[in-house]
Every structure is written in C-alpha cells, then in structure tokens.
Design a protein around this ligand. Structure first.
Ligand code: ADP
Ligand code: MG
Length: 206
C-alpha cells in the first residue's frame, strides 16, 4: 500500500541514507565536480524529511511538496533534477493509495522529466545512468505481475549496476564534463544518490 504514510517513510529513509552517505557523495563530487553533492542532497532531503505528512492527505500532494522543496532548497544541478523527478512522480498518483502500476508509471514520468530538464542520455555519466535501468526493471517486473516490493528490489539492483557502470565513462553533461577524459575512473555522484533513492524505495514500499 503506497499511501501518504508509506511515501513519508520512504522520504525519511532516503534522507537518512543520504545523511549516512553524504561524505561519499561529496568525495565523489570532489573528484569530478565541486565537492558539494553530499551537502546539496543532505540540505534538500533534511528539508523534505521535515515536511509534516499530516498536511498531505494523498501521496500526490506530499510528493509534489517534496519536489518543490528540493527545487527551492538545493542550489546545485541535482536539486532541480531530483525535484523534477518527484514532481513528475506525483502526477502519476491518484487518490489516497498509489497502485504498483501507478508507481511504475510515475517512475517513468520522473525519468522523462529529468531527461527533459537535463538533456542527458544514458552513457553521459549522470544520474540517468542509474535511473533509466531502474525504471525499465520496475516497469518490466510490474508488467510481469511482480509485487511492488519485488519490482523495486529488481529496480534497486539495476540502479546499482548502472551506478557502477558510470566509473569508466567520460562525462558529457554537468560539471564533470569540463574534465573530459579526466572524468574517467570515478563513479558519478548523482548516479550514486539515485541508487540510494531506489534502494530506499525497495526497503520501504510494498
Ligand atoms: P552541481 O553539479 O551543480 O554541483 P551536484 O554536485 O549536486 O550539482 O550534482 C551533480 C550530479 O548531477 C552529477 O553527478 C550528475 O549525476 C547530475 N547531473 C548534472 N548535470 C546533469 C544533467 N544535465 N542531467 C542529468 N544529471 C545531471
Ligand atoms: Mg557538485
């Protein structure tokens, strides 16, 4: 059941995971960016976790508030991109309980929003490299009759594989692209935080 309480649990769990991994995210961004991805994500998700779920009777409203909070509190590229993801995910939610099919469609809409906003494709060494395979895995699993929990576990595995596959890539979007060849050999920070987002969804949503 993906109601407001479940979404709130997911967001709080992701905020905690971002907090635990903030140094890793910043360290990756230090190597191929400007060393702020951990603090950007932590600032944004701390504000999201402080939202009062009681004020949002339906998941769509809480997801929308989360998206707007990220857009307004995070200065870096990742704020508008993660914010857009949640705003688009919200558009797939109807009523007090998102169905597994709605959730999978919402992930797909979220991915489309991030692509529209950032203009990156798979292989450009960005968050798309973990988000796109995760969305595909989730959609396939739901279409095949899996529960949301099973589908999200498959999505989390796909996201982790996509994150790992960013290591040898040359960045073609965002700050890391300024490094050209020198961006090779480092895992993309945003792909790392997206893998945390999906891992968190897999352990909190059923
Ligand atoms: P900034 O680059 O502004 O310092 P962050 O450090 O918070 O912002 O986020 C960097 C991450 O944002 C990158 O690791 C990458 O995954 C993601 N990113 C940057 N530009 C794009 C883009 N155009 N499309 C998708 N993701 C992007
Ligand atoms: Mg940065």
């Amino acid at each position: 059941m993906t109601d407001t309480a479940a979404v709130a649990t997911w967001l709080a769990d992701f905020a905690a995971l971002v907090h635990e991994n903030a140094n890793l995210l910043t360290d990756l961004d230090r190597q191929i960016g400007d060393a702020d991805h951990g603090s950007n994500m932590e600032r944004g998700m701390t504000a999201v976790a402080a939202l009062d779920p009681g004020q949002y009777p339906e998941p769509a409203a809480l997801l929308k508030a989360a998206g707007m909070t990220l857009v307004s509190t995070v200065g870096g590229a990742s704020g508008p991109l993660f914010g857009t993801f949640f705003l688009r995910l919200a558009t797939a939610a109807t009523g007090p309980d998102m169905s597994p099919a709605e959730f999978a469609a919402g992930l797909e809409a979220g991915l489309a929003g991030v692509v529209a906003r950032g203009k990156a494709s798979e292989g450009d060494k960005t968050m798309i490299d973990s988000l796109a395979p995760a969305v595909r895995a989730c959609q396939e699993a739901i279409a095949g009759g899996d529960s949301l929990a099973d589908a999200l576990h498959k999505a989390a595995e796909a996201a982790a594989a996509g994150r790992d596959a960013t290591v040898p890539l040359i960045a073609r979007k965002g700050r890391a692209s300024y490094l050209g060849e020198r961006s090779r050999g480092v895992q993309d920070p945003g792909a790392t935080s997206v893998a945390l987002l999906i891992e968190s969804a897999a352990r909190t949503l059923h």
